[in-house]
Design a protein around this ligand. Structure first.
Ligand SMILES: [Zn+2]
Length: 286
């Protein structure tokens, strides 16, 4: 049955979605009712934010505590030269508002930590008897550091919230999707703990091909759209590895590790409060 809640402007804006059987007005309505939190408004976050806004995802949260630097502009394409010095969340939110007024964009200028992540994902619930406002159905990890990556994984795995993972290094990217609707796997099934600090240099040290996060972020956006539509096959239980230099894609199976510290048979980590998200992101000594 055709959903008539799309108005004439929306039918025009989303016409190339609406005419496809796999989307249609019902699918477009699902996108408009979707709520996605993008962690990081940098190289990966830029195309994720752009395509999810263009697709009409109804509520788009952007969390980042950084300001735009000129050295970001080579790859963080949601920001422009005039935005240098502004908070990234403000610059990205302005981009979304210019692109699509259907999107309720929310700028969260903060850092994702074990103290903030629950309020960010579920919406603030510290206002006494006020019901939670906001909250998100899906989290996109578009961050650039291990602390945030492991925290997003642990929180979303424990809370059963779908998570898109993307990461880049020089000329290589990797991307996968964790629906977190049952038995895993999770990111720690692949990499139980973070490398020792200083052993994996960051983009500022090693450089990164500017278009690389564009490719990886577009795949993350594709996965989120498919997830909201309930169509297609997600990168579930599969890690896609992209080599920009050889221009090759490789997929490796990811299986739940029974010894995984989060989703294994006898998990060590039962709460994000158990973990120190500095260093190797393992259980705190105390
Ligand atoms: Zn796991």
């Amino acid at each position: 049955m055709t959903d008539l809640r799309l108005d004439a402007t929306q039918l025009e804006r989303y016409s190339r979605h609406v005419i496809m059987d796999e989307v249609g007005p019902e699918g477009q309505q699902r996108l408009l009712e979707g709520a996605v939190l993008v962690v990081g408004a940098g190289g990966l976050g830029s195309p994720v934010i752009q395509y999810l806004a263009a697709a009409g995802v109804g509520r788009l949260g952007i969390v980042d505590d950084d300001v735009v630097e000129r050295s970001n502009l080579q790859r963080q394409i949601v920001h422009g030269d005039d935005d240098v010095g502004r908070p990234k969340v403000d610059s990205a939110a302005d981009y979304v508002r210019r692109l699509n007024p259907d999107v309720d964009v929310r700028a969260h200028e903060t850092r994702v930590t074990s103290e903030t992540i629950d309020d960010l994902v579920r919406g603030p619930h510290n206002a006494g008897d006020e019901p939670a406002d906001g909250g998100y159905d899906v989290v996109v990890d578009a961050s650039d550091n291990f602390a945030t990556r492991y925290l997003c994984n642990d929180y979303c795995t424990l809370e059963g919230i779908p998570l898109s993972h993307g990461a880049i290094y020089r000329f290589e990217g990797q991307v996968t999707t964790f629906p977190n609707d049952g038995d895993g796997p999770c990111y720690r099934c692949l990499f139980p703990e973070a490398p020792e600090p200083g052993t994996v240099p960051d983009c500022a040290t090693t450089g990164v091909l500017g278009v690389l996060p564009g490719t990886v972020g577009c795949i993350q956006a594709t996965e989120v759209v498919k997830h909201l539509l309930g169509e297609g096959d997600l990168l579930e239980g599969r890690l896609l590895i992209y080599d920009a230099m050889g221009l090759s894609f490789e997929t490796v199976d990811v299986r739940r590790n029974p010894d995984c510290p989060v989703c294994g048979d006898d998990p060590e980590i039962e709460s994000i409060r158990d973990v120190g998200y500095e260093g190797t992101c393992t259980i705190s000594a105390d």
